[in-house]
Design a protein around this ligand. Structure first.
Ligand code: NAI
Ligand code: MG
Length: 353
């Protein structure tokens, strides 16, 4: 098999984790008789600062030709965050209808959770986040700027199609996993969109009698990610809540730096995109100490999506074994003092020799 992969390293540690892992991904695939051709795009904030746009106008047409997309992260101290997000990542996820965002949180053996009393495998949950609408819909506006009657309106959008699709994907996952689905909303306060969402969950639950459904409001749900993370199996949530919950899921599993993410276009009409959960990390960028594990696990999820299951498992298990080995290099966020390149280099030795 052979795949063309578009690689957008982006900004800050996005570049660092991509640079450290790209050749490992290609070489590992080659060792399994899978050919990977990558094309790098220097899209991101530097381009914006020089040319006024994060990506070219026909960027999506270019990306459409690829089998998958890998993204590092975007975000720059000199560019407002809403500019970076809304001019690169969101146009891709929305333009390619990547409406399913699947984000596993797993506490690996050898990694310490900041929560007391949990060890390897105790936290094993996956969040299904609606990825193209909800609170991130581009619906709203501002008026009367600078006057006392200045107003800002930001609307959330929930379509039946989008809501049913994410809920169904979550039920399917629960069926394959431990048979439990937690629906996290805020339907006490948001009585239109989120009550509608709850109704869709209720309707679809009837198709899955073997899945136990639990319902939580997002404030209590966030608390329970900290209080009893071991009790979650599959979680389904809106775009914003899924975003927030998966940063919590990352840190309770040891570090945001190990959390992978997927942006899936289930029909296959467009390429899907894979990226770590984290951003460009202004506080550590340039230091060479970003954890590359989130990127590596995202590559594993890309292989899984491409039906290269053996490759996906080899990479995932390789990372797990490296994390479990107390002598292996690890980055400072998980208690070590190694660099991004040390970790990737060590993994390369483990997997390719
Ligand atoms: P962030 O995810 O970049 O960083 C949050 C914290 O986690 C920081 O303390 C950082 O050092 C740590 N961290 C993140 N990844 C790490 C890794 N691989 N290894 C070790 N530590 C890691 O979130 P923040 O600071 O809110 O955002 C920074 C910029 O990134 C902003 O411009 C934001 O808009 C952007 N961003 C972009 C995303 C994307 O491109 N998909 C996702 C999230 C944020
Ligand atoms: Mg996020």
């Amino acid at each position: 098999m052979s795949y063309d992969i578009a690689v957008i390293p982006g900004d800050g540690i996005g570049n660092e984790v991509v640079d450290a892992t790209e050749s490992l991904m290609i070489d590992l695939a080659a060792s399994h008789d899978v050919e990977i051709q990558t094309t790098q795009f220097d899209w991101g904030s530097e381009r914006y600062l020089e040319e006024g746009a994060l990506m070219p106008e026909d960027g999506l047409d270019t990306l459409e030709e690829f089998d998958s997309i890998l993204l590092g992260a975007v975000g720059h101290p000199e560019v407002p965050d809403h500019v970076t997000l809304r001019n690169l990542r969101l146009p891709i996820t929305k333009g390619f209808n990547q409406h399913i965002c699947k984000r596993p949180s797993y506490l690996f053996e050898g990694v310490q959770s900041p929560l007391r009393g949990y060890s390897g495998g105790d936290i094993d949950l996956v969040v299904y986040r609606q990825n193209t609408e909800g609170e991130y819909a581009d619906v709203g506006g501002r008026e009367h700027q600078g006057f006392s009657n200045e107003v800002a309106v930001q609307s959330a959008v929930y379509t039946r199609e989008g809501t049913e699709a994410i809920v169904r994907a979550a039920f399917e996952a629960a069926t394959e996993r431990r048979g439990k689905l937690t629906n996290i909303t805020k339907s006490n306060a948001q009585a239109y969109g989120m009550v509608f969402w709850d109704e869709v969950v209720q309707e679809i639950s009837e198709e899955y009698p073997n899945v136990t459904v639990e319902r939580l409001l997002v404030d209590a749900g966030s608390m329970d990610f900290v209080r009893r993370p071991d009790e979650f199996d599959v979680v389904v949530a809106s775009n914003l809540f899924g975003d927030i919950l998966t940063d919590i899921g990352g840190i309770i599993s040891g570090s945001l730096g190990i959390a992978p993410s997927t942006n899936i276009n289930p029909s296959g009409e467009y390429p899907s995109m894979f990226e770590p959960v984290h951003g460009s990390a202004f506080d550590i960028m340039g230091e060479g100490i970003a954890n590359p594990v989130g990127m590596l696990l995202s590559m594993s999820l890309m292989f899984e999506h491409l039906d290269e299951d053996e490759l996906a498992e080899t990479l995932w298990n390789g990372v797990a074994e490296q994390l479990a080995d107390s002598d292996a290099p690890r980055t400072p966020d998980i208690g070590g003092n190694a660099t991004t390149l040390d970790v990737a280099g060590d993994l390369e030795e483990r997997l390719l020799q």
